[in-house]
Structures are given as structure tokens and as C-alpha cells.
Design a protein around this ligand. Structure first.
Ligand SMILES: [Zn+2]
Length: 203
């Protein structure tokens, strides 16, 4: 697989650390090593980012890892693993970042859903916005790390983001599962990556 060009945009190390640990849980130690090798990121093997908020983890690394998942496990297998890793990343981030959002207390739990969505949007590091339209939320990532540097694809690929949103909605709603679909993707030539979240939970 070809390397992905650096973006010059960064996630804080702490978030990258949480994501890599989630990937390791999902893939196993050797599974993650294979992914990092294929993704041209061998320097991360046994050498995860430090636990601090310095912005040093280039968006292209996320995209390379996502692409390597597809290459090694196939589109279907890669999608399932990316969803799981995305969900685990949100759950673990919440434990670490929850306090930043003032998100753990009862007052937050009783806020209307759209207000919670706005807060969720602000806590996440990439430039993203959300809006409410009838019975859906539209969540837009304007500078998407997951498909950074990829072009000419015929299907959306940002499943790590879908997993994050699914788990985010589960948390916001107190344990319900919501349908989340990526409707537009920069890798397909769209201007943004866009996710449609149905307001009525599946269960
Ligand atoms: Zn994307």
C-alpha cells in the first residue's frame, strides 16, 4: 500500500494513544503490529504516543491505519474492526476527557438531545458540526482524518468515525443504539464527510 501524504493537521497525543490502545484490544498485539507496518508507521510499534495533549499525531496516520485495516482484513472485515475500534475509542476517551466537557453529571443527562449533540461536537478535536433536520441529525466532519489523502473511491470509508458516533449516541441517550450512515465522503470527491444519524433508536 502507498503511504498517505502528511496533512499538517494533528490530533492530541492522548487521543491517538487511546485510539491505538483500542485498536490493540480489537486486533491483538500482533494484529496491530501488522497494521502499523503496512501503514508505513513502524515507529509506533511498541512506542505509542505520550499521554499528553500536544498535537503531534498527524491526521494522515489515522487514514493510513484505516486503509491498512481494509487491505489486511478486506472491506467487510476492515469495516467491522474499524467500527469496533471507533466505539472503543469513544468509550475510553470519555473516561479520559469526560471531565473536560463537564459531561458526567446529572445536569448534563437531562439536557435536550440537540444540545447534547452540540456539546459532543465541541469536545471532539476535528473541525465538525452537527445540525438537526426533522428526524435525523446530520453530523459533518469538515476536515476528516479517517479518509485523509484518499481519492476516487466509490464507497465511504470513515468507519472509525461511524463507530465513534454510534458510541457517542449510545452514551448521550443513556444506552440506546442508533443507525449511523456515512452519506458523503471526501474520498469519493465530496466536499465533506457527512453522517446521517436517525433520531429514533434501533433499540
Ligand atoms: Zn472521511
Amino acid at each position: 500500500m502507498d503511504p498517505i501524504e502528511k496533512s499538517g493537521y494533528y490530533y492530541p497525543n492522548k487521543f491517538a494513544l487511546i485510539m491505538l490502545e483500542a485498536l490493540e484490544d480489537v486486533l491483538g498485539v500482533n494484529g496491530l503490529k501488522a497494521i502499523l507496518n503496512l501503514a508505513h508507521l513502524p515507529e509506533l510499534i511498541d512506542n505509542f504516543p505520550s499521554d499528553n495533549l500536544k498535537k503531534e499525531f498527524d491526521f494522515s496516520y489515522v487514514s493510513a491505519i484505516n486503509k491498512a485495516l481494509e487491505e489486511i482484513y478486506g472491506p467487510r472485515g476492515g469495516r467491522g474492526l474499524a467500527l469496533r475500534a471507533g466505539r472503543a475509542t469513544f468509550a475510553d476517551s470519555l473516561k479520559n476527557f469526560g471531565a473536560l466537557a463537564g459531561a458526567s453529571d446529572l445536569a448534563f443527562k437531562v439536557l435536550p438531545m440537540n444540545t447534547k449533540m452540540r456539546i459532543f461536537t465541541q469536545v471532539s478535536d476535528q473541525h465538525s458540526t452537527s445540525k438537526e433536520m426533522g428526524d435525523i441529525f446530520v453530523y459533518t466532519i469538515h476536515r476528516c482524518p479517517v479518509c485523509w489523502g484518499r481519492h476516487d473511491l466509490d464507497k465511504p470509508v470513515c468507519f472509525i468515525a461511524v463507530g465513534l458516533l454510534q458510541e457517542g449516541m449510545k452514551w448521550l441517550s443513556g444506552g440506546k443504539e442508533f443507525r449511523v450512515n456515512e452519506s458523503r465522503c471526501v474520498s469519493m470527491g465530496d466536499e465533506v464527510c457527512e453522517f446521517i444519524i436517525e433520531k429514533i433508536p434501533m433499540r
